[in-house]
Design a protein. Structure first.
Length: 228
């Protein structure tokens, strides 16, 4: 009961705004370098649809910077759990519109809503292995979103020279204050509608193999160098 009440308090509008501002202020201490953003932004501004995709372990570092995309009225799927309510409240203050659902709860309804919103606003983000993993496994949702909206998939990754790694299923990453942080966008990926189940699975594995080098498995300095 106390845990439930505590999470409800954290999700209250005033406190969620405070959490968002605190995260943004904290993020301003990062020495941030953004790589390969221009191409997909130009594509979006010219009428294209974009689905930004990331691993669950890395979304914290992007919260502050992603507020700059609020003018596109972007959407993101967030778990309907109580923990998800806190994240959803923070996302709203960042200018993102949460669609509540996950692969284990209300997933089909949420996916349909996110498809409809992405068709309208042209920009959405998706955590490809959330909300419970397994870590490093791309689930089907991102592929279905791309097929049914015509959006290009743009993976993004976080690299840093100094961070805390939480002992959680995803090995969640929080850069330390004043760390060098690189927010790197991958190239745009076009996924043609799959004709067969094998074709669909091949595309899912291909995206997984493309994104896996961006996973961080250790906080040792030699693990923070961006691939390529």
């Amino acid at each position: 009961m106390r845990r439930s009440r505590y999470k409800n308090i954290l999700a209250a509008p005033i406190l969620s705004r405070l959490i968002h501002r605190t995260v943004c202020l904290y993020s301003h201490t990062f020495r941030l370098n953004v790589v390969n953003e221009a191409n997909w932004l130009t594509y979006l501004d010219n009428g294209g649809s974009v689905l930004l995709c990331a691993w669950h372990q890395q979304f914290f570092s992007a919260i502050g910077y992603f507020s700059k995309y609020r003018r596109y009225e972007p959407h993101i799927m967030i778990s309907p759990s109580r923990d998800g309510e806190i994240i959803a409240s923070v996302a709203r203050h960042a200018g993102w519109h949460p669609v509540r659902g996950s692969s284990s709860r209300d997933g089909k309804k949420a996916l349909r809503r996110l498809i409809a919103r992405l068709k309208q606003t042209k920009l959405a983000a998706h955590i490809v292995d959330g909300p419970r993993g397994p870590m490093g496994t791309v689930k089907n949702g991102a592929i279905r979103l791309a097929h049914l909206t015509g959006a290009v998939v743009v993976p993004f990754y976080i690299f840093t020279d100094s961070a805390w790694m939480i002992n959680s299923w995803d090995r969640f990453i929080i850069p330390r204050p004043f760390a060098r942080v690189s927010l790197r966008f991958g190239d745009m990926i076009t996924l043609d509608a799959a004709r067969t189940a094998d074709d669909f699975e091949s595309q899912r594995r291909c995206l997984e193999q493309t994104m896996r080098p961006g996973l961080i498995s250790s906080c040792r300095a030699d693990r923070w160098t961006p691939p390529g």
